[in-house]
Design a protein around this ligand. Sequence first.
Ligand code: 13P
Length: 287
Amino acid sequence: MLVSAAEMLNKAKEGKYAVGQFNINNLEWTKAILQTAQENNSPVILGVSEGAGKYMTGYTTIVGMVEGMIKEMGITVPVALHLDHGSYEHALKVIEAGFSSVMFDGSHYSIEENIEKTKEIIEIAHSKGISVEAEVGSIGGEEDGVVGGGEVADVNECKMIADLGVDMLAAGIGNIHGKYPENWAGLRFDVLEGISNATNPMPLVLHGGTGIPEDMIKKAISLGVSKINVNTECQLSFAAATRKYIEAGKDLEGKGFDPRKLLAPGFEAIKATVKEKMELFGSVNKA
Ligand code: 13P
């Protein structure tokens, strides 16, 4: 059964570790992440962007696939199915479809409008036991073709949104989606500390987990980050392993063209990446 992300994140905040949100793209991604979570006895959040939702033909397909896998694979660790960077309209759609958690990203609105819309989503989601993530200060980089500038969130605005009763809060602290540029200045721990003090005990969310050095991840967790989103890194591992398979000519040997064989190295590569992150985030054996 899918669960809301609230309880697992409150536990993580208290235990000073973080739960990974790993974005899914298809059946292989979903199966690899669920299997790794179960093997490592770790709670997990499956993230779905609007683009990935559309790619997988819609939110009800995803709910069916994830619930089916939980049952068929005997998954017993807590699993939340979460909309990543949702618009108001799509937040309502996933609630209807049976997701257990939703991010409403109103960071591109004025703070007044962000507050108004976040409040409405909280009311609807909470009436169904669904957790809500809000965002203040848009996170830079590219996601689904939308390129953000990478703002640093305002502490007072974070407090205003946190006080609405969201379950987790994403705030821009110099993090960006995708690969970090060579000259990246790193995370703004001064800002994170201020936000953390102002919003405690709200679990904070760190987006753009790909490529953040280990020591920064650990420091962010020590300052109140309880959820870390990883997407690009699984894509890179999958692509590299698939490239290796093809370049070695394995698809031309015997039945190496069979998708179950062709996609197997990429599947294992996703599992290895997810396991590495769960160990780094400290969520192993915290199910
Ligand atoms: P990355 O793709 O940089 O890992 O970011 C993922 C993310 O934050 C999804 O919301």
